[in-house]
Every structure is written in C-alpha cells, then in structure tokens.
Design a protein around this ligand. Structure first.
Ligand code: GDP
Length: 136
C-alpha cells in the first residue's frame, strides 16, 4: 500500500459533491485512511502552494482555495500517487480524459474540483501538512 493526498476543492464542496467524489475514489479501490474538513487561511494556502510562487495564477488560486471549505483526505492504494492522478485527469478539464473526475465535474482550469499529489515526495509533504508527520 502507498499513500497520497486528495483535496476536494471549494467549487466541489459548494455543489455538494463530497459524497460523489468519495464514491468515485472508493469504487476505484482507494481507501480513505483519514479525512478532515477545513477552511484554509490565506497563509495556509500560500504555504501549501509554495511551489507555485511567482506563477501568474497564484493569487487567484489562493483566493479560490480560501473561498470555502475544503476536504483533504489521506488515501491508500497500491501505486496510489500515479493511479489517483490518472483518476482525476488533466488540470484543464477541457483536456481531461473522458471518465476522469475533472472531466466529469470540474468547472474550469482553476476550479477543477480536486487536488492530488503529483509525486511520492510531494505526497509525504502534503500528508504531513494536513495530518501531521506521523501520518506519512
Ligand atoms: P494540478 O497538479 O493538476 O492540480 O496542477 P498544477 O500543480 O499545475 O496547478 C495547481 C492548481 O492551480 C490547479 O489544480 C488549478 O486549480 C490552478 N491552476 C493551474 N494552472 C492554472 C492556470 O493557468 N490558471 C488558473 N487560474 N489556475 C490554474
């Protein structure tokens, strides 16, 4: 089993899609090992997205990610990081493969409903961010 982090973003919590997304995950054989609901402060969102420092969309992204509650969850599965990235689809939903979560429910390239860690290294950092270092 390996671990990864998924966040249900504010555009999806606002549309009452939490249960739908968890159902998609569980049907794809991910196990929810831990879950929270939190409204991020601007400082927390900037820290989480520190890798995007200097990108033109960072301020908009931080405003979006602090605009409502998000649901981070710790997921377990064989090959968790890669399989979850496949399941969520491309960042831009107009480019996401048919059947992916973003293809199905994302609104646009920013309000794309879910975040998923993109490497084992980033998964460890992101899991620790929400669930503490002992969760890794
Ligand atoms: P991800 O790993 O697929 O989530 O994509 P990135 O790490 O490249 O970007 C992080 C997040 O920033 C994305 O999920 C979007 O919410 C947002 N984002 C990425 N690219 C753009 C963009 O060109 N414009 C805007 N407004 N937001 C973007």
């Amino acid at each position: 089993m390996s671990k990864t982090l998924l966040i249900i973003k504010p555009d999806a919590t606002e549309r009452n899609l939490i249960g739908h997304i968890i159902n998609r995950l569980e049907r794809s054989r991910f196990t929810v090992a831990d879950i929270r609901m939190v409204t991020l402060t601007e400082e927390q969102a900037r820290k989480f997205y520190a890798v995007h420092e200097g990108k033109p969309f960072l301020n908009d992204l931080v405003a979006f990610m602090t605009s409502g509650p998000v649901v981070p969850m710790l997921l377990e599965k064989d090959n968790a990081v890669e399989d979850l990235r496949t399941l969520i689809g491309a960042t831009d939903p107009t480019k996401a493969a048919c059947g992916t979560i973003r293809f199905e429910i994302a609104k646009d390239i920013e309000k794309n409903s879910v975040h998923a860690s993109d490497s084992d290294e980033n998964a460890a950092t992101e899991i620790a961010f929400f669930f503490g270092p002992d969760a890794i």
